[in-house]
Design a protein around this ligand. Structure first.
Ligand code: ADP
Ligand code: MG
Length: 460
């Protein structure tokens, strides 16, 4: 089996357990450089990544890899080694084979595992198209808005602001806009960038005094697509840069497309002037796919991968994974890989086992500490501010939400919760719990917010 494939699958697994920014920061551009005598050497782009992977993530990496191939003994990290050529490394041993072989491998050999090349000019990934974007009632409005933008860029849907939970197709959809526009108007200047990357570009340009060039570059696009705007830095300078770029593009009737995991009003670091710009265009949210749609998605993905999987297995997956298309695909990949390694089709029983591990196991590992850290990260405040008894207004609500989650999900006692969050009396904890519980009945934004928080805490 292929090292590239092994790493890709292990990463898909690891990705479910870490925050998006950490994943991008530490796991991007990593690959397996060699595999010899039970030792895997992972190549990483820089010393920071090496340190972090070694110290913080080694355990989960080892676990994810061993899940796939049990005979790996250790993993080492090293800076900057080009990818291993397929065939020069020792073959990974398959786990003991217990089932009868089947007709699977002939399909699986055709699995397309080649890396797709990102277009260097537009930064678009050609694999994200409208053709392979599945539409259901959960995303049809966002999809229709996206198509209108392609028909008439800079028209009434400007900016187009797409928001929705993790793994529900925001990146796919906004890149599809870019790819479709380039296909229709090859001369159109299109640029896709993640907010994080854009911020890094700004920091670099400020450092090298090339901010003017950067400004000019960004102000010349016909379509600018900014992904994951919720990661926009707190720094005033950055928001200012983006604000001016935004205005200039907007005034020239150039199209801007933005994605976010939540509506503008719920991004705590976003300046009011940017927020009102975003809200001034078209906002479209992507909800969660229903069962039928999830099954359709799995079937279509299976077709794309040119494999055949039992419909019952797909049904079980679609029934279990409810709110994340990336996870649907992740489980599918895992099943494809497992049957490839064991040379047997996966049964519904085995699928249920895999799903059980994924869906239920992590809940046990959510500790109060993790809840506090996740919520502090989510609101971009420090854990200390969240847990001491400061009366700062902006801490009150995150603290109440923390109390609510500790009670509702972790079943912590009220005295414990009060003590842990600012040495408060248990009545404070009870009050907070009730307050949030009541508010959830009427406040849909809060419900959304809590969903995002829980997703992070109990990330699959
Ligand atoms: P997000 O940006 O919302 O976190 P992505 O766009 O990265 O989610 O989607 C996660 C994965 O699911 C990608 O591989 C994407 O191609 C796939 N996906 C999401 N939505 C759809 C859809 N409607 N049709 C087909 N594939 C989808
Ligand atoms: Mg995305």
């Amino acid at each position: 089996m292929d090292l590239h494939e092994l790493w890709k699958t292990a990463l898909a697994d690891i990705e479910l357990g870490v925050s998006r920014p950490s994943f991008i920061t530490w796991f991007k551009d990593t690959h397996i450089a060699s595999y010899n005598g039970g030792k895997i050497v992972v190549s990483v782009p820089n010393g920071f990544a090496k340190e972090w992977l070694q110290n913080k993530y080694n355990k989960s990496i080892v676990k994810a890899v061993r899940n796939l191939t049990p005979d790996v003994r250790e993993i080492e990290y090293m800076v900057g080694e080009p990818p291993a050529q397929t065939g020069t490394h020792e073959r990974l041993t398959k786990p003991p084979q217990t089932k009868t072989p089947n007709m699977f491998p002939q399909y699986l050999d055709q699995l397309d595992l080649k890396d797709v090349v990102v277009n260097p000019t537009t930064n678009l990934n050609p694999k994200y198209t409208f053709q392979n974007f599945i539409v259901g009632s959960f995303n049809e409005f966002a999809h229709a808005a996206a198509q209108s933008v392609v028909k008439k860029p800079g028209g009434i849907y400007n900016p187009l602001f797409i928001y929705g939970g993790v793994g529900l197709g925001k990146t796919h959809l906004i890149q599809a806009i870019g790819n479709a526009l380039v296909a229709e108007q090859p001369s159109a200047k299109v640029r896709y960038v993640s907010a994080e990357k854009y911020m890094i570009e700004i920091v670099d340009a400020l450092r090298t005094q090339e901010i003017q060039q950067l400004k000019e570059k960004y102000r010349n696009f016909d379509l600018l697509i900014v992904d994951d705007i919720q990661f926009i830095g707190k720094t005033e300078k950055m928001q200012e840069e983006f604000f001016h770029t935004f205005n200039e593009l907007y005034e020239k009737n150039k199209q801007i497309v933005i994605s976010s995991d939540r509506p503008p009003a719920a991004i705590p670091t976003l300046e009011a002037r940017l927020r009102s710009r975003f809200e001034g265009g078209m906002m479209a949210d992507i909800g969660e796919p229903d069962f039928e749609t999830r099954l359709t998605i799995l079937k279509k993905k299976q077709e794309e991968k040119q494999v055949v999987i039992n419909d019952d297995v797909l049904t079980v997956i679609a029934q279990t994974i409810k709110n994340n298309i990336r996870e649907l695909e992740g489980v599918l990949n895992k099943i494809v890989l497992m049957s490839k390694m064991t040379n047997t089709p996966i049964t519904t029983e085995e699928t249920k086992k895999i799903l059980n591990q994924l869906v239920y196991a992590p809940k046990k590992f959510a500790t109060p500490k993790k809840v506090i850290k996740t919520i502090a990260d989510f609101y971009e405040i420090s854990e200390k501010d969240l847990t001491n008894n400061s009366r700062k207004k902006e801490m009150v609500r995150p603290r109440q939400i923390t109390m609510y989650v500790l009670r509702d999900d972790l079943k912590c006692s009220f005295p414990f919760i009060g003590e842990r969050l600012g040495k408060k009396d248990h009545t404070t904890a009870i009050h907070a719990y009730k307050k949030i519980k009541n508010e959830l009945q009427i406040n849909q934004d809060l419900e959304e917010e809590l969903k995002l928080i829980r997703e992070r805490i109990f990330a699959l």
